[in-house]
Design a protein around this ligand. Structure first.
Ligand code: HEM
Length: 268
């Protein structure tokens, strides 16, 4: 025989909703209320910041016909940068920029003993090569699609700066484990820079932090790698994206614009 259910305890009068006046609008369902709460929170922020106009301007743009997967390479570069920034923050929590064995030891500890240390280090290490490759592929896309022409020349120039900054990130990061390979490879790299005309010797002295390759060099590379370059890269990327949003992207070169009869040469 089934056990009879106990009756529910009575709801206190104070918690009962007030009786609705006759003819009032029915209340919304809980899910609708949650959705509206999200919208009104966004409204609250927007009323105070007017950010939605800027967001709409950046995100909702018309794209030319023929836009294809090659146009995602720029965003892929940006994602690679964000991934480097996030994994880099975690690496910095364990890294010690000490040339007298501390740097090498901190990397050894991170790789062998820290939970997921090897994984995060691997993501950062492989991610750097991925980012360089993506930037080159993106540059090739903009070159072969003729996107460097008027009115996007300035964005191409900013792109070249982004390419140099990305390679400088790889170069300065390579020294940080301070093992035999990174030490000698960076000496070679600094010496190559020193052979440049006019500025070469000043550049290599600046990189070393003097005429000797020592602990000052490691501190310098670390500061440049984790503070200076990411800051400048992020700012330049912001400017690059502003110009992309302002000018729009280029249509693929195989799509011809419809001929405007007004511009026919025989009319001039
Ligand atoms: C960190 C590196 C970079 C990031 C994050 C980045 C990001 C982007 C994004 C998101 C776009 C719009 C979508 C697209 O066309 O892919 C774009 C467009 C563009 N980028 Fe880059 N970019 C980078 C490096 C470069 C480099 C190295 C160059 C060339 C030297 C370059 C030149 C251009 C040009 C000319 C456009 C306009 C494309 C068009 O109008 O179709 N960018 N970039």
């Amino acid at each position: 025989m089934p056990i009879p259910k106990l009756p529910l305890p009575p709801v206190p009068d104070k918690l009962k909703p007030a009786p609705k006046p006759p003819g009032s609008v029915p209340t919304r369902k809980p899910l609708e209320q949650v959705k509206e709460a999200g919208i009104s929170a966004a409204d609250w922020v927007d009323e105070r910041t007017s950010l939605s106009g800027g967001l709409r301007w950046t995100m909702f743009r018309k794209l030319p016909k023929g836009t294809n997967w090659f146009y995602t390479l720029g965003s892929a570069c940006m994602f690679a940068f964000l991934s480097q920034a996030v994994t880099g923050v975690f690496l910095a929590m364990y890294y010690t920029p000490d040339a007298a064995g501390g740097a090498y030891e901190s990397i050894r500890h991170l790789t062998n003993e820290v939970f997921l240390g090897e994984f995060v280090r691997g993501m950062h290490k492989w991610g750097s090569s991925v980012m360089v490759i993506l930037v080159f592929l993106h540059m090739a896309r903009t070159f072969f699609f003729g996107a460097y022409k008027y009115p996007r020349e300035l964005n191409w120039v900013i792109g070249v700066v982004l390419l140099i900054l990305t390679m400088a990130m790889s170069f300065t990061g390579y020294l940080l484990p301070f093992d035999q390979r990174s030490y000698w490879a960076t000496i070679v790299g600094v010496n190559i820079n020193g052979t440049g005309p006019f500025v070469g010797p000043f550049l290599s002295d600046f990189m070393r932090g003097g005429s000797e390759f020592n602990s000052a060099t490691l501190s310098r590379f670390y500061a440049i790698h984790m503070l200076l370059l990411p800051g400048v890269l992020a700012a330049m990327m912001g400017f690059h994206l502003y110009l992309v949003a302002k000018l729009g992207t280029t249509a693929p070169p195989w799509l011809k614009a419809p001929e405007d009869p007004e511009l026919k040469t025989d009319k001039i």
